[in-house]
Design a protein around this ligand. Structure first.
Ligand code: NAD
Length: 144
């Protein structure tokens, strides 16, 4: 395989479309979908790609540091598209600890696992974090 790309939260609303796009568009890349399958995750979203040779599903928690280190090593991950999150704002008011755990500590755990695995060899390695305006801030309106 040319590249080994980890997509987190690939059973979710946006992630399942990203997984399908990458599995179909890049048959020479292994796509590893890591998802904890919370209430928001549904593998039925991916029935049409689940048997493709370049697709692997792993059930796991991005907050599990040892598991994330093992995952990076097992699949020699060289790119990450990180979408796993608690994403429903109403739930963040009722259950803020779960949000902080997944969105903050989970993201930090993945970053640290990537940094350790890549160990200074950054060329060609990419970590994309898909998040929201509460994290990145609003884009300036340019009138278009
Ligand atoms: N949906 C939108 O309209 C929208 C808009 C702006 C930004 N975003 C952002 O895009 C990202 C993805 O959004 P979405 O709508 O696909 O979310 P979603 O809630 O539909 O899916 C999130 C996925 O992450 C998984 N997950 C949750 N906790 C996990 C954990 N600890 N370990 C592993 N997997 C875990 C869930 O099982 C689920 O499959 C989020 O960061 C969200 O804030 C979404």
């Amino acid at each position: 395989m040319k590249r080994n790309i980890l997509i987190t939260g690939g059973a979710g609303f946006i992630g399942s479309h990203v997984v399908r796009l990458f599995v179909g568009k890049y048959p020479d890349c292994r796509i590893v979908n890591l998802d904890r399958l919370t209430y928001a995750g549904n593998l039925a979203n991916l029935r049409d790609v689940e048997n493709r040779p370049n697709y692997t599903f792993v059930k796991g928690d991005i907050c599990d540091y040892d598991a994330m280190r093992s995952l990076f090593a097992e699949y020699d991950i060289d790119g990450v598209i990180h979408l796993a999150a608690e994403s429903h704002v109403d739930r963040s008011i009722r259950d803020p600890f779960t949000f902080a755990r997944t969105n903050v500590m989970g993201t930090l755990t993945l970053l640290q696992a990537a940094r350790e695995h890549w160990n200074g060899a950054w060329e060609g390695r990419r970590f994309h974090h898909i998040s929201t305006d509460e994290v990145y801030g609003a884009l300036p309106f340019d009138g278009t």
